[in-house]
Ligand binder design. Structure first.
Ligand SMILES: Cc1cc2nc3c(=O)[nH]c(=O)nc-3n(C[C@H](O)[C@H](O)[C@H](O)COP(=O)(O)O)c2cc1C
Length: 194
């Protein structure tokens, strides 16, 4: 198996991080990988806000916890949202897993490929990070709650353009602890037409 495929098959979502910051050289390479992701009509409308400020992460964390607190859930609510609401009650909750870097991907509200383009960029970043021994995890709380006025205000204050929305985010840092192998895949999703 070639190295690119091996990198894809061994990447895992990392939810425990060492304190050490992502080195500048690696961060720049990861961000370059984001910029070279495919995107609709080569629009490149996206923006990436790189948050490495503990006070800003703490501020967003507090607001995410408040958003979860007022979120009404029932059995039809997306399971991760229900889980997130429960988790957010814990005093040590951090939606970004206390990763030293959180990259927030934003894109134009009115652009039909906003989410798809950012997803390509986020996946490129995940694979780039993994290839360098760094860990990452897609973080969706700011996508869910990004339109809450207080969260939007923080995001705009730190650089999100007014006409954009959060499409996803990525926690990045050095993994702490061992990384389990990817579990075997479920079912058979392929339909061949030959
Ligand atoms: C669109 C999307 C949203 C996700 N949101 C979160 C999230 O908010 N928090 C989290 O811990 N993991 C999140 N994940 C990571 C998934 O849980 C993870 O990719 C999945 O369980 C498979 O595990 P693996 O990445 O280790 O292969 C998300 C992944 C995707 C693609």
């Amino acid at each position: 198996m070639n190295e690119v495929l091996k990198n894809m098959l061994t990447r895992r979502s990392i939810r425990r991080y060492a304190e050490a910051q992502v080195p500048e050289i690696e961060l720049n390479e990861i961000l370059t990988a984001a910029r070279f992701a495919p995107c609709g009509s080569n629009s490149q409308f996206w923006h990436f806000i790189i948050i490495q400020s503990e006070p800003v992460l703490a501020e967003l964390n507090g607001l995410v916890r408040m958003a979860f607190a007022s979120l009404e859930v029932d059995m039809n609510t997306y399971v991760s949202m229900r889980g997130g609401k429960e988790a957010s009650k814990r005093e040590d909750y951090a939606f970004y897993y206390r990763a030293p870097t959180l990259v927030v991907a934003t894109n134009r509200k009115t652009y039909p490929n906003a989410m798809a383009d950012c997803a390509c960029a986020l996946e490129n970043m995940q694979l780039a990070a993994h290839s360098m021994g760094l860990g990452s995890c897609w973080i969706n709380q700011l996508t869910w709650f990004g339109e809450e006025p207080e969260i939007r205000a923080v995001l705009e204050r730190i650089g999100m353009p007014e006409d954009e929305k959060v499409c996803g985010a990525l926690a990045i840092g050095f993994p702490e602890g061992s990384i389990p192998e990817a579990p075997s895949r479920k079912g058979d999703p392929f339909v061949y037409v030959r």
